[in-house]
Design a protein around this ligand. Structure first.
Ligand code: NDP
Ligand code: 8X3
Length: 255
């Protein structure tokens, strides 16, 4: 039987790269995001490059609980037994000090990174518990271990993802479900473009003078967690660029 994997936020960056790596491994993929056209293009590319891979796309906003429930309920019978859920959809918005921050930005981050992840997990995990099998991969961050200036709310959401991962592990323990938290440092994706609201120059400057991680680096890390033997749960993986030691320290201008 094919392995069914659902990836949220597959229209870009880490989600899209993970879809490609897992397509190569023969997973059947449920790809989700808000940008329908990108999902459909990715589906067409993957099914043409990897004929063994079947792809189903679902377009919804993870912040809308009704839309999440509706999308999961709409899955055809042979797509319902989801083996792996990659909770990847997420974003940072803004980098202002807390006292100057825009509460609308805070809502977007909290609603997407915390509540959206919860809604999707609530819709998918019961099936895993019934089947007594499954693997949930949550995208945390170095920002879920540290806090940096201007990042208080984003960092708080990723600290929450860390707490939720631990809680999921506890609650799902009797069902043999693995929960892996993947915590990257700087990965060059559309992340900074979103954070700086389309300011290309400011986004690019985040990665100036050093080699950041690529989305593919993280996709391969996710593959590593998924391919561990069933009795091994890689609970918490921190992946940093060699040029970055912690959330605030990047060595620019080296090799
Ligand atoms: P991208 O901006 O490239 O991709 C983000 C993805 O999330 C997109 O596919 C987007 O799809 C989806 N998404 C955002 N909001 C929503 C929403 N409301 N509903 C559904 N989907 C949504 O960023 P990354 O690939 O870098 O980020 C992926 C994850 O990795 C995030 O959780 C991020 O916090 C985390 N991360 C990123 C790091 C980095 O440096 N890039 C480092 C550490 C962690 P669409 O817009 O089509 O809905
Ligand atoms: C993304 C990494 O350091 O920009 O989670 O917050 S960081």
């Amino acid at each position: 039987m094919a392995h069914i994997t659902m990836i949220t936020g597959a229209t870009s960056g880490i989600g899209r790269a993970t879809a490609r790596v897992l397509a190569q491994d023969g997973h059947h993929l449920i790809l989700t995001g808000r940008r329908r056209e990108r999902l459909e293009t990715l589906r067409d590319e993957l099914t043409s490059d990897y004929p063994k891979c079947h792809v189903l796309t679902l377009t919804f906003d993870v912040r809308r609980r009704d839309a999440v429930d509706e999308a999961i309920a709409s899955l055809p019978e042979d797509w319902r037994a989801i083996d792996t859920l990659v909770n990847n959809a997420g974003l940072a918005v803004g980098l202002e000090p807390l006292h100057e921050g825009d509460p609308d930005d805070w809502e977007r981050m909290i609603d997407t990174n915390i509540k959206g992840l919860l809604y999707v997990t609530r819709a998918v995990a019961p099936g895993m518990a019934d089947r007594r099998a499954g693997h949930i991969v949550n995208l945390g961050s170095i920002a879920g271990r540290e806090v940096y200036p201007g990042g208080a709310v984003y960092c708080a959401t990723k600290h929450a993802v860390r707490a939720l991962s631990q809680g999921m592990r506890q609650d799902l323990l009797p069902y043999g479900i693995r929960v892996s938290l993947i915590c990257p440092g700087a990965v060059e994706t559309e992340f900074s473009l979103v954070r700086f609201k389309g300011d290309n120059q400011r986004a690019a400057s985040v990665y100036d003078g050093y080699i950041p991680l690529t989305a593919d680096d993280i996709a391969r890390t996710i593959r590593f967690a998924l391919t561990a033997p069933a009795h091994v749960d890689l609970q918490d993986i921190l992946v940093m660029p060699t040029a970055q030691t912690d959330a605030r320290t990047v060595h620019r201008g080296g090799k």
